[in-house]
Design a protein around this ligand. Structure first.
Ligand code: TRP
Length: 329
């Protein structure tokens, strides 16, 4: 091992990588691999909490790994794997559950959200979700965890569980730190209502074909108070203008034109679409060169590395708890 600190993150299988994923956490996946020993996995166990048949999301899983590589996650510098390739993480989840007070998990807001979203499938896995996430992180002894802001409650819980484990047994794990992107945008999906989410069909994918990006951008909800282009716009409350802040160095110039009614919403969207297409061209190119065979090879190599690390951790964990080692079970 290299002695460098470790970075780890996971992503649920939702489909293509979109601008929200990229600016929220993706940028940091790429940045951190320079200085950290990096791990990124596709959280297929977690995905089962909402989609019980893994075969139905396998294609999406491959798409996501391709997108990860496309945005610059380099399989030579980041260990990329499928969560379920490390079944030991399930054992660690069970062991962590024994030292996790029920009340801590009951507080987690994402569980309440899911109950609202899928009242017909309120399974125990949803409840245990953040404990599994804690196991993911500490099984590789992650020091830093690049994620989007929505994951803060999970990371807080992970830290609490880690402290408790270390106190009850012995200090086996580092306390992982959340890493957010300070420039993480306050942009919303194309509907202008909520953050980007595949299920709301309001995303702009980072490796989408130019015509798809154009279509998505042109469908964006703009300044609802501006009906005619002769009326002055309100850039502060317009989602398209929020995108300008991220994609144009001279965004202030465009905000100004908008305020003075010298540019219309349609024209603003057209310019924005072309800018997004240009900015993500390198991602599309890298992505075009990837095959399923290549992804299989990446995931296989990643699984071996991650199993190795997780195996070492579990030897320590079982010993700390006082359980016999695997070999003499
Ligand atoms: N819960 C994360 C999400 O929804 C995915 C995830 C699972 C994760 N395990 C993780 C993120 C471990 C960071 C570390 O996006």
């Amino acid at each position: 091992m290299t002695g460098r600190k470790r970075s780890l993150s996971g992503i649920r299988v939702t489909g293509r990588f979109h601008i929200g994923n990229y600016l929220g956490a993706g940028v940091n996946y790429v940045r951190l691999q320079d200085d950290y020993e990096s791990y990124i996995f596709v959280a297929d166990y977690h995905t089962l909490t909402t989609k019980p048949n893994a075969r139905e999301f396998t294609d999406d899983l491959y798409e996501m790994v391709m997108d990860l590589i496309a945005i610059g996650v380099d399989p030579d510098r980041t260990v990329i794997y499928r969560q379920s390739s490390i079944p030991m993480v399930a054992e660690l989840t069970l062991l962590l559950a024994m030292v996790t007070p029920l009340s801590w998990v009951q507080r987690v807001p994402t569980f309440k959200d899911k109950v609202r979203e899928q009242p017909d499938n309120v399974n125990l896995g949803l409840f245990e979700y953040p404990v599994l996430q804690s196991a993911d992180i500490i099984i590789v002894k992650g020091d830093v965890v690049p994620v989007g802001r929505d994951q803060a409650p999970h990371l807080e819980l992970t830290r609490e569980i880690t402290r408790r484990f270390n106190r009850i047994y012995r200090p086996v794990f580092p306390e992982p730190q959340i890493v957010l992107n300070p420039e993480a945008p306050i942009i919303k999906g194309t509907d202008g209502k909520t953050k980007m989410s595949k299920s709301l069909n309001n995303i702009i994918g980072v490796t989408d074909a130019p015509e798809v990006i154009r279509k998505q951008v042109m469908s964006m909800v703009t300044d609802t108070k501006r009906i005619y282009k002769t009326q002055p716009g309100h850039p502060r409350t317009c989602n398209v203008c929020a995108f300008y802040k991220l994609f144009f160095d001279d965004w202030e110039h465009y905000w100004d034109l908008c305020r003075k009614a010298q540019i219309g919403c349609q024209d603003k969207k057209k310019l924005l679409a072309e800018r997004i297409i240009e900015r993500f061209a390198p991602f599309r190119e890298r992505r075009a060169g990837l095959t399923r065979e290549r992804i299989d090879a990446v995931l296989k190599a990643g699984a071996e590395r991650a199993q190795d690390v997780a195996g070492h951790t579990m030897v320590e964990v079982r010993d700390a708890i006082g359980l016999p080692p695997y070999s003499r079970a």
